[in-house]
Design a protein around this ligand. Sequence first.
Ligand code: ADP
Ligand code: MG
Length: 360
Amino acid sequence: MKEIIFDGVSKSYDKETTVLDNLNFKINEGERLVLLGPSGCGKSTTLRIIAGLSSITSGKLILGGEVANDLEPKDRNISMVFQNYALYPHMSVRENICYALKINKVPQDEIEKRLKDVLTTLKLEGLEDRKPKDLSGGQRQRVALARALVKQSDYFLLDEPLSNLDAQLRLHARKELVKLHEKYKMTLVYVTHDQVEAMTIGERIVLLNKGKIQMADSPNNIYNHPRNVFTATFIGSPSMNIIKSKVLDGKVYIGDHQVMLPENLQKLISEYEKGNVYLGIRPEYIDVAHEDKDNIEINVNFVEDYGNKLGVYFDLEGSEHVLLSDDKNIKNGDKLFIKFDREKICLFDIDTEENLEVLN
Ligand code: ADP
Ligand code: MG
């Protein structure tokens, strides 16, 4: 039972500021979980609490069925890879990888077996005798992973381990990491501020903001059924459009244009008692359409070329929004008509910013 449970965990460094606010979530044995959120939201603190490097102010951390609040880091059976993974500069790749095993008096033949295994898995064969200074960034990063992996710990914690790599290497490394996990099936917690990394690595994502959990769910549910405006706009690029809309007699209007809703949202809005609502729609679910009273007229402010698609920016209800189009002929200043894919619309409470579907 190599699971991790946060049971009402809070953390403060001083009386005024709460860094983590009543975290409740469970990481299942063998799961690949991503902790995602903007810089400073408390991701590293959460990871350091699991590792025993930070103390808990209140609540319980349960590791493998036991309360672990006061357990020494060395007794937690954890491997951790940090963003600035410092390899030992005077040691070879082999020595770097085997150091912890030697200290823990693992038998030599077992060390050799594990070394061979991680060298193969991480494609480091032939580099065993090099020093870190004679490796590329990607190779160093693989040595850091190998050094953690070779310990075969129950829990594998990674804190933004790929952020020092260039974009292409990062893409490669994140695929390798997923394959590693498929092979070893350790309980893995991966910290990142990068939503694409989170979507591709996580079997489940816990999204944090200001020390509070915003949503904990599969990448698919987080993308398609975000709990609140923060989640909706943090995940996805360009972000989901959030359009302040009017509610009148159980119908939603953008300007004087009525927005057609699917049946379930129509029912929710007919019971909603406020005069405004936030309508959320992702850029890829807005289509350029023909001139028609049912379609909304816009003026193009700005166009961004992504190669395969255009990002088309326009103003609506006092703020700027964006749609993605395959039509590469759209230009600044064009007048267009747009319509929303009604099945993809989200509605958020104007005050609490919670998704009306999740609330009900
Ligand atoms: P993240 O990893 O999400 O960027 P951290 O967990 O490192 O965020 O930090 C969360 C918050 O806690 C930040 O506001 C940070 O300034 C604060 N913090 C982190 N470590 C300390 C510390 N030792 N003393 C006081 N505040 C800290
Ligand atoms: Mg951090």
